[in-house]
Design a protein around this ligand. Structure first.
Ligand SMILES: Cc1cc2nc3c(=O)[nH]c(=O)nc-3n(C[C@H](O)[C@H](O)[C@H](O)COP(=O)(O)O)c2cc1C
Length: 420
């Protein structure tokens, strides 16, 4: 019986273990997690979501408080259109986050950065161009474009000296989205180096409708994308993502013709993952009916999360002066509208609840939206229960190597921790 280690992902002459740890913003896929994937010969992602906040946490910079100071007087206003990112600061924060991570890289693997188009930051083109080019300047091995169609993203960096040598890829959930991306970018004569096909069981935002996501199947989507690329005579590695829980699941996709798998949920309960330990225990404890796909993200995309996420229904004042990553090109965010509606409906209330949208920046920053893949309820089967009823944390190496070397549906449990 084959296992993942019988396959390799090839980029030119470079060979990698075909396991990619997907980007998990905001700093859930930390540098430490990505560095482990690279050390073990695969690919790890950091994410540039809320990079100024991440830099403050990692390097004690003061980007958030400085932005807040600048826009303090606007906090009580519902009009956020004048809250802008300073591009030079955005560049500095990206360079810190990416540069320090790349300096620490060991081993034969690679480190990519996940860039979500939906982080429109009240100036979508300018901020995305800066995020992409600063990451390239700081030496990132590759960029994965996500959460959006990214029809114009390659063009934003076509003059960058690394445009043709860095690995650039895109996440899609349909042949249609891929075909559109390729058509729009044909004039650049630069194909993506890889295409991640993400199915409906993934964590984070989904590229499907709230009504129809359950009708899709990753095996079918991957087969469709492979057939499309073949019919177009395009040789682009396809990476399958979403709901791949065991080495056997991963091997099945590699046998189908995928070049690699992208996995995330199993790494949320590792030491290197950025979630606080008590949140990791919530992931371990989750049962199948504790997981839902809802529409509270202001991005407009459905998102999967644990129903117990403290950010669901919270009615906090929008924090755009400090963050503001989801402000669209005219400085609006669906949460601001929902919040103002509730304030108008309950003018006397000390505390309000906003049920239909959430302040995603604030709650992702505080690890209060517990997004996860559909398989999160199986995490408890990947470890041991400790005497106090909690679950034993895993290391990224254990999980990575379980995907790489296990056969069939087997999952290797971690060695028991010695009793104190
Ligand atoms: C906690 C969590 C956060 C995620 N955040 C992002 C993100 O910021 N951007 C993105 O493109 N995908 C995100 N994803 C999706 C993953 O990168 C990955 O493609 C997917 O979850 C793989 O499926 P699996 O979790 O079932 O293994 C996230 C997934 C999880 C579990």
């Amino acid at each position: 019986m084959k296992r993942v280690d019988d396959f390799r992902l090839r980029f030119g002459r470079q060979e990698l273990v075909p396991i990619v740890i997907g980007g998990m913003g905001v700093d859930i896929s930390t540098a430490e997690l990505a560095l482990e994937a690279a050390r073990l010969g695969g690919i790890g992602h950091i994410s540039d979501a809320m990079v100024q906040t991440v830099s403050d946490r990692r390097f004690d910079t003061k980007f958030v408080s400085e932005k807040m100071k600048k826009y303090k007087t606007n906090a009580a206003s519902s009009d956020k259109s004048n809250v802008h990112f300073n591009l030079a600061v955005l560049e500095e924060a990206t360079r810190y986050h990416v540069g320090r991570t790349m300096e620490a890289k060991r081993g034969d693997g690679m480190i990519f950065i996940n860039c979500m188009e939906k982080l429109t930051m009240n100036a979508p083109r300018e901020t995305l161009r800066m995020r992409l080019s600063a990451a390239l300047d700081a030496g990132i091995d590759g960029i994965t474009l996500s959460a959006g169609l990214h029809l114009g993203s390659f063009a934003l960096i076509e003059d960058h000296p690394r445009f043709r040598d860095a690995r650039l890829g895109i996440i899609v959930s349909s042949v249609r989205a891929l075909a559109m991306f390729l058509r729009k970018n044909a004039r650049l004569r630069r194909l993506p180096d890889y295409v991640v096909v993400e199915g409906p069981l993934a964590g984070g935002h989904l590229g499907f409708g709230i009504e129809d996501w359950a009708k899709y199947d990753l095996h079918v989507l991957v087969a469709e994308v492979l057939a499309y690329l073949k019919s177009e005579h395009l040789d682009i590695p396809v990476i399958a993502a979403g709901g791949i829980f065991t080495g056997g699941d991963a091997t099945a996709f590699l046998e189908l013709g995928a070049a690699a798998v992208q996995v995330a949920t199993r790494f949320t309960v590792t030491d290197e993952c950025g979630l606080p330990d008590k949140v990791k225990q919530e992931y371990f404890k989750a049962n199948e009916d504790d997981i839902e796909v809802n529409t509270i993200s202001p991005t407009g995309y459905p998102m999967r999360m644990l129903k117990g996420s403290p950010g669901i229904g919270a009615g906090i004042r929008p924090n755009c002066e400090a963050y503001g990553y989801l402000l669209d090109a005219s400085g609006r965010c669906a949460y601001i509208d929902a919040y103002n509606r509730e304030i108008e409906l309950h003018p006397e209330a000390k505390k309000i609840s906003v049920k239909d949208k959430t302040c995603l920046c604030t709650h992702m920053r505080n690890f209060d939206i517990w997004t996860c893949g559909q398989t999160a309820w199986r995490l408890k089967d990947t470890t041991r229960r400790l005497a106090d009823g909690s679950y034993q944390m895993l290391s990224a190496e254990q999980v990575f190597q379980d995907y790489q070397f296990s056969v069939g549906q087997q999952i290797a449990l971690p060695p028991p921790v010695a009793a104190p």
